[in-house]
Each structure stands twice: as structure tokens, then as C-alpha cells.
Design a protein around this ligand. Structure first.
Ligand code: SF4
Length: 328
């Protein structure tokens, strides 16, 4: 059984892009592997953020993860800043990380371009990611294509540290998502809350329909009589995440033969989404009404994560030659 590590930023409520792109897979993985899932608040502060909203968004993300089926009895779920070893290992790893590699990271270059003053934390983001994974000696990291470069750097950091101080960290490998990427409802950009092109996972059936109704479809379907290609339609990609196989077959056939209009198709999708999401929405509401319970679950997760992380750090400090604290 491999150990899996994966993190998600505390962006508040989950949307269907997060769910279909990553979290649905997490729920599956927890039944197959030893999983460590983390709300990465320390990563979130490398971009402009609101301190007053950070704690609530972190808790909201935890509520979302628990509501969709992350089971604390199966997987460790915790908040990154609750386990201080993440920042400690991050620092140790910066000392073996080549600056040139950090500067070459595409995500750094993209994000840095958009900021007037570039914080060093943004440059070191992939080192903190390496610390996240290596602390737990995780060997499998579910990633999208855009994270592959960071994963390669993570492996390089592990190799460099191991070469200098002795083999401690296994080199993690990527579990590349095979799911077709869901675009925003505009059919143009990645689904993202800041672009306003998402559907929140716990929205009401009415709100889901309001957002789905105008969503972009295959541009070939200019009129009701024009046949379409479901593989060119983002609505069909969302169907794939929510509708059962026989519905998918029916949708594809109706689309290709212009047997129905896009609005009919979206109606069926809305029904599939509501069927999947309604129980999650109920669980999310119950959890949100009991924040103390959520905080307790996160504290238990942090204690379990901290036990593993503490063990790794003791060994890392010893190999690097630090003087142990008396009684430590
Ligand atoms: S019928 Fe459905 S799959 Fe085909 S283009 Fe319209 S919305 Fe997309």
C-alpha cells in the first residue's frame, strides 16, 4: 500500500472543478492507499490574501472535504499550519535546492509576472510542497499536468538531500489525473472561483440550474437541428463526472443526431448533479452548524500527522548534525 500525499488550498467552498479534478479521486484513493490529505494554508499566503477570512476559509474547505466523503477513519486530514514540521523541513530543504531550478518553474514565472513585488515565499513554494510530501515519505502524489514540473523538482530535492545526508526520503512519483479537465462554464478558461465561472458543490438545485442553463456547449450546435460532438462540449465533460454510464450513452447519441437540444441535455445533467450533490449538501450543512466538531476532527488529524512528521524530522535533524535539545 503506497502512502499518498495531496493538498488543497483553503479557497472556501469547493466547486465542481475541484471535485471532478481532484477530490473525487481522493475519495477513491483513501480506499486503496494510506492517504494524507492537507488543507495547505501556508501555501495560500504566498498570494495576496485576507487574514480575516483565512481561518474561516480553511474550516470551510475542511467541511467540504468531509462532506464529499473524506473519512478521517481512513485518511489523515489536517491543516498544514497545525504541523510546524512543514515549515521546519521547508527551511532545511531550501539549503539543497538550486535557485536556478526555482526560478525556472513555469508557475513561479506566471504568478510573479502578475505581482508588483515578488515575495520570496512564491519562489520557495515548490520547496514547501517538497517538505509536505517528504515529511510523510509519501511515494504517490496525485497531480494535474500543471504540477508535473514541481513534482520533478521535488524528486530532485529528495535526491540532493539523500546524496548529502543519506537515504531518508523516497522519491515520490506522480499519479497523473486521467480525467478530462473541466473548463469553466464559459467553456474558455480553467474553472476558478475568481473568474466566476464555477458551480459551488453545495449550491441549491435552483442555483445549479441557473448557472448551468447558459453554460457554453459545442459551438457547432448553432441551432436545435445542428448535430454536435459531445467530445467538444464542456457540458458533456461535466456529465461524465455526474451521470451514470447509460445516461452518458444516451446523451452522446442524442447530441450526435440532434435528437434533442442543449437545454434538454443540461436538464438531465442538472438532475444527475442534484442526485449526487444533495446528500453532500446536507452533510456540509450539518458540519457547518457544528464547527467545534470540525475543529476537533482537524486537531485529531494534526496529531496523527504530527506523529509521523515528528519522527521524520528527528531523523532529518540527526543526519544533518544538529545538537539535540536537552531532554528532546
Ligand atoms: S447536446 Fe449536450 S453534449 Fe451536445 S453540445 Fe449540447 S450540451 Fe453539449
Amino acid at each position: 500500500m503506497a502512502r499518498v500525499f495531496s493538498g488543497i488550498q483553503p479557497s472556501g467552498e469547493l466547486h465542481i472543478g475541484n471535485y471532478l479534478g481532484a477530490i473525487q479521486n481522493w475519495v477513491r484513493l483513501q480506499h486503496e492507499h494510506d492517504c494524507v490529505f492537507c488543507v495547505v494554508d501556508l501555501h495560500a499566503i504566498t498570494q495576496p490574501f485576507e487574514p480575516d477570512a483565512l481561518a474561516e476559509r480553511t474550516r470551510q474547505m475542511a467541511v467540504g472535504l468531509l462532506a464529499v466523503g473524506i473519512d478521517p477513519a481512513r485518511a489523515i486530514l489536517f491543516v498544514q499550519s497545525h504541523v510546524p514540521e512543514h515549515t521546519e523541513l521547508n527551511w532545511l530543504l531550501t539549503t539543497v535546492t538550486p535557485l536556478g531550478e526555482l526560478e525556472r518553474q513555469t508557475q513561479f514565472k506566471d504568478k510573479a509576472q502578475r505581482q508588483e513585488s515578488v515575495p520570496a515565499g512564491l519562489l520557495n513554494y515548490p520547496v514547501l510542497q517538497a517538505a509536505d510530501v517528504l515529511l510523510y515519505k509519501a511515494t504517490l502524489v496525485p497531480v494535474g499536468e500543471d504540477q508535473l514540473q514541481h513534482l520533478e523538482l521535488m524528486r530532485e530535492i529528495a535526491r540532493r538531500w539523500n546524496a548529502r545526508f543519506g537515504d531518508l526520503f523516497p522519491e515520490p512519483r506522480a499519479q497523473l489525473s486521467t480525467a478530462k479537465r473541466v473548463l469553466g462554464l464559459d467553456g474558455q478558461a480553467k474553472m476558478s472561483k475568481s473568474l466566476g465561472n464555477t458551480i459551488g458543490l453545495f449550491e441549491s438545485p435552483e442555483a445549479i440550474w441557473e448557472k448551468l442553463r447558459p453554460a457554453a456547449t459545442d459551438p457547432a450546435r448553432k441551432t436545435r437541428k445542428d448535430p454536435g460532438d459531445p467530445d467538444k462540449c464542456n457540458v458533456y465533460t461535466i456529465h461524465r463526472g455526474f451521470s451514470p454510464p447509460d445516461t452518458l450513452t444516451h446523451v452522446a447519441q442524442q447530441c450526435r443526431t440532434a435528437g434533442w437540444g442543449c437545454l434538454d441535455c443540461k436538464r438531465v445533467l442538472a438532475d444527475s448533479m442534484v442526485a449526487t450533490l444533495a446528500p453532500m449538501r446536507e452533510r456540509a450543512a450539518a458540519l457547518a452548524a457544528d464547527p467545534a466538531r470540525v475543529d476537533r476532527t482537524l486537531a485529531e488529524g494534526a496529531a496523527r500527522a504530527g506523529a509521523v512528521a515528528g519522527e521524520t524530522m528527528r531523523e532529518a535533524r540527526r543526519r544533518m548534525g544538529f545538537l539535540p535539545a536537552a531532554g528532546g
